[in-house]
Design a protein around this ligand. Structure first.
Ligand SMILES: NC(=O)CC[C@H](N)C(=O)O
Length: 307
């Protein structure tokens, strides 16, 4: 497995330099695009890593998985009164659908949906920023995880589009807390900084029937776990979710920091990171790595050979 990971990274290295790092905030625009790392954690506890797998990066929308899990844990099924679990077929920050659909976001993995989830969590926790950070520390087994203040402040400074979505939802009665306060929480979640090795631990429960691998804590019931994986498979890569299913065939979640987490149910959690993005805001080289992995090992959840 180690040799396979190394050889896949070598194969895709010529692609480094293609795509563009996220440039909507200066704090992300300055990241070196030539970085590339991968980690894989088996449900047997064996960790493999290659390249820059220990380098922390901005997890951005990967945090939407943790926010969803937090909301499910205290709100359960009634969560879905506020948003859907349908793919959007739109960019992560698109607003057109939101107006047509009366302020009810399609799913928790586009910005509008994550903002509603952040609003739900804001109603539940006295200190939403810290409670999310602590959840991620617990799941990654890393007490040093922090939210990057410069990134969070920069996101807040350039908040216009996310703020517009939140106010639009408020106008439809689907936003209950102070918009500014929720935006600050949301940006702090996006600004959490973690490495591929941290994140494979962080989402290990998704490959393990809902149980955290290192602590054995029940994070989700097996049914909820299956449902979160299903939403990742259908909506985790925004308007490229279909392409990801076609090329990789695993539940996954990307972020504009260039990270992608993926799950081989029952077997592995995977995280790949390379900062340059394709037109849909997903890591260009990360997609290529996961495609090759899935091709070589036949891991698609759509393949009978894999199970
Ligand atoms: N796709 C992403 O990673 C988007 C997160 C980003 N912080 C935003 O809200 O626009």
């Amino acid at each position: 497995m180690q040799a396979l990971l190394e050889s896949i990274l070598d194969e895709v290295r010529p692609l480094l330099g293609q795509g563009h790092v996220a440039s909507y905030i200066p704090a992300l625009a300055g990241v070196d695009p030539h970085q590339l790392g991968i980690a894989m954690l088996g449900t047997d506890g064996v960790l493999h890593q290659a390249g820059d797998a220990d380098t922390p990066f901005s997890i951005q929308s990967i945090s939407k998985v943790f926010s969803l899990v937090q909301a499910i844990s205290h709100t359960g099924e009634s969560l879905w009164e506020r948003l859907g679990h349908e793919p959007s077929g739109q960019a992560f920050n698109s607003m057109v659908q939101l107006e047509f659909e009366k302020g009810r976001p399609r799913n928790p993995f586009i910005n509008a949906g994550a903002l509603v989830i952040a609003d739900i969590n804001q109603s539940r926790y006295a200190a939403p920023i810290l409670s999310m950070r602590d959840l991620v520390r617990r799941l990654t087994d890393n007490v040093h995880i922090i939210s990057d203040r410069v990134v969070a402040d920069s996101e807040y400074q350039y908040r216009a589009r996310n703020a517009a979505m939140a106010y639009l939802m408020q106008s439809f009665g689907n936003f209950h807390n102070d918009v500014d306060a929720v935006l600050k929480s949301y940006f702090h979640h996006c600004a959490l900084t973690a490495s591929c090795v941290d994140l494979v631990r962080g989402v290990s429960f998704l490959a393990n029937g809902g149980r955290c691998l290192h602590s054995d804590e029940v994070i989700l019931t097996p049914r909820q776990n299956q449902q979160v994986n299903a939403i990742m498979a259908t909506s985790g890569l925004y308007d490229e979710a279909g392409n990801f299913a076609y090329r990789v065939g695993l539940p996954g979640k990307s972020g504009v920091g260039g990270g992608i987490v993926a799950v081989v149910p029952g077997r592995y959690s995977i995280c790949v990171w390379s900062p340059a993005l394709n037109a849909s805001g997903n890591s260009l080289v990360g997609m290529a790595v996961l495609e090759r992995l899935s091709e070589r090992i036949g891991w698609s959840v759509f393949s009978p050979l894999a199970y």
